[in-house]
Design a protein around this ligand. Structure first.
Ligand code: NAD
Ligand code: UGA
Length: 479
């Protein structure tokens, strides 16, 4: 950071998936700015301060190196929320904004209780002029509420002033450090040009000026929801076409390539699969749907809601299709599930497609042997609301009694033990190791006739078929 910079001290409220990595990169790139990340969660702060960098609370490739360079120099993690706010020139609000589970807007609107609590604490504790930056993903016009709370402070005895900016985050899990170091753009929305420049100056330390976009507050807030809605819409679009490909003999990978080479469409985000998961796409689209209805635009709301409905349909469709191919019943059958995380290179299972697909199959009485290289089995138990059972003995035979329909699952330490005795394999996450499986050694372990259901399009169908297995690949019809 150049010495004439306006900002000397930053406080970020929320040491989560966004606050931690984002502030680590800012501190790394701006060594003259003191950056303190605060959180009410003591365990999380302790983990950020852990001397063993493998114990950081967020796993992201490259994050440990960034934290190692900056921590203790100008990057700090603390539970001292009030004191840190009081001494900061700029406060980022980077707290969780999940979907409301009760009351007005339940199931769609964002729960803003944590954002409001932050605004109230900032109003009380800040001193002098403070720039408040919305980093959380928020409904359009939230800055109005933030400004009203900040404006309500009794400033007669002390000089307190505020500027509010919107600066949403576009990083994706698994590539967060790369996305932060080399963003497609940085978006800053606001009304006060000096405050916008002060934040832009921070990013200018490593982001080219032409990539820093300045807009009004509402455009910035709405752009974040819109970006996620457009990305998710592409996935629902390609998944809808995948189903049509299967019905007509087309291949969705060929169609994706054919349309993606049109520079107006572009090749990214056209992988058909088991539907999108992750903590944000569904939450943010449902929030958009809620806002549209709130602003009297029910047809626009229906349009965006269909993106989520199609996604849910795709997941149920895959589970149904498995049952149909296995002679209409999976009761008592062993199925191997390869991959539980919502995407590769993360252990995050929030809204993972595997959850809905596994629940549907358990409902049909299946026995699931689940393998994932990174996901903790206890997390799978929580996601499925079902405690894991002991893996059956290796020589227990392909169907262990279980025609009673009692569903069960167990974690498998490796792919071969998941597949042994199974009637079918479902690939639900695109882990690199699943692309490299040797089907000539795996195929003999299965009970015939056996199926491989490749929901991520990662196997070579010829290789699988040569092992005597049937293959279904998402979006591939019989030519
Ligand atoms: P998170 O749940 O991982 O972290 C939020 C943190 O805020 C928690 O540690 C919580 O203890 C803390 N917190 C809540 N209220 C507090 C308060 N009053 N004072 C101090 N700390 C408080 O959430 P996240 O994944 O970092 O997401 C944060 C925001 O960023 C959300 O709005 C999300 O939609 C958005 N976002 C997330 C991603 C992502 O990939 N996770 C990407 C872009 C944007
Ligand atoms: C997404 C966006 O990509 C980020 O820009 C955004 O900041 C973030 O949400 C957020 O607001 O939280 P993320 O959910 O981490 O990031 O991961 P993505 O790579 O977008 O994948 C989301 C889901 O879509 C995954 O389940 C993935 O498997 C699926 N997907 C993605 C497909 O099925 N096909 C594709 O072609 C791409």
């Amino acid at each position: 950071m150049s010495s004439n910079s306006t900002i000397r001290s930053i406080c970020c409220i929320g040491a989560g998936y966004v606050g931690g990595p984002t502030m680590a990169v800012i501190a790394d790139r701006c060594p003259d700015v003191k950056v303190t990340v605060v959180d009410i969660n003591q365990d999380r702060i302790a983990a950020w301060n852990h001397p063993d960098l493998s114990k950081l609370p967020v796993y992201e490739p490259g994050l440990d190196a960034v934290v190692e360079r900056a921590r203790g120099r100008n990057l700090f993690f603390s539970t001292a929320v009030e004191e840190t706010i009081a001494s900061a020139d700029m406060v980022f609000i980077s707290v969780n904004t999940p979907t409301k589970t009760r009351g007005l807007g339940a199931g769609q609107a964002s729960d803003l209780r944590w954002v409001e609590a932050c605004a109230r604490t900032v109003a009380k504790e800040a001193t002098g002029h403070t720039i408040v930056v919305e980093k959380s993903t928020l409904p359009v016009r939230t800055a109005e509420a933030v400004k009203a709370i900040l404006g309500s402070v009794d400033s007669s005895s002390e000089q307190k002033t505020f500027s509010v900016l919107s600066n949403p985050e576009f990083l994706a899990e698994g590539t967060a450090i790369r996305d932060l170091a080399n963003p497609d753009r940085v978006l800053i929305g606001g009304e006060n040009a000096e405050a916008i420049d002060a934040l832009a100056e921070i990013y200018q330390q490593w982001v080219p000026e032409e990539k820093i976009l300045r807009t009004n507050l509402w455009s910035s807030e709405l752009s974040k929801l819109t970006a996620n809605a457009f990305l998710a819409q592409r996935i629902s679009s390609i998944n809808s076409v995948a189903a049509l490909c299967e019905a007509t003999g087309a291949d969705v990978r060929e169609v994706a390539k054919a349309i993606g080479t049109d520079s107006r469409i572009g090749p990214k985000f056209l992988n058909a699969g088991p539907g999108f998961g992750g903590s944000c796409f569904q939450k943010d689209i449902l929030n958009l749907v809620y806002l549209c209805r709130h602003f009297g635009l029910p047809d626009v709301a229906d349009y965006w809601e269909s993106v989520v409905l199609l996604n849910t349909w795709q997941q149920h469709r895959i589970a149904r299709l498995v049952v149909q191919k296995l002679f209409g019943t999976v009761t008592g059958k062993r199925l191997a599930i390869l991959g539980f995380a919502f995407k590769a290179d993360t252990n995050d299972t929030r809204e993972a497609p595997a959850i809905r697909i596994c629940k549907d199959l358990l409902e049909e009485g299946a026995q699931l042997a689940i393998h994932d290289p990174k996901v903790d089995p206890e997390q799978i138990s929580r996601d499925l609301n079902l405690i894991a059972s002991q893996a059956p003995e290796e020589d227990a035979g392909p169907t262990r009694g279980a025609l009673s329909g009692e569903a069960t699952w167990w974690p498998s330490p490796d792919v071969a033990s998941a597949i042994r005795g199974a009637d079918a394999v479902l690939i639900l996450t695109e882990w690199q190791q699943y692309r490299e499986l040797d089907w000539s050694t795996l195929a003999p372990l299965m009970r015939k006739p056996a199926w491989v259901f490749d929901a991520r399009g990662v196997v070579d169908p010829k290789q699988v078929e040569s092992g005597g297995l049937n293959v279904w690949r998402v979006g591939e019809g019989d030519a």
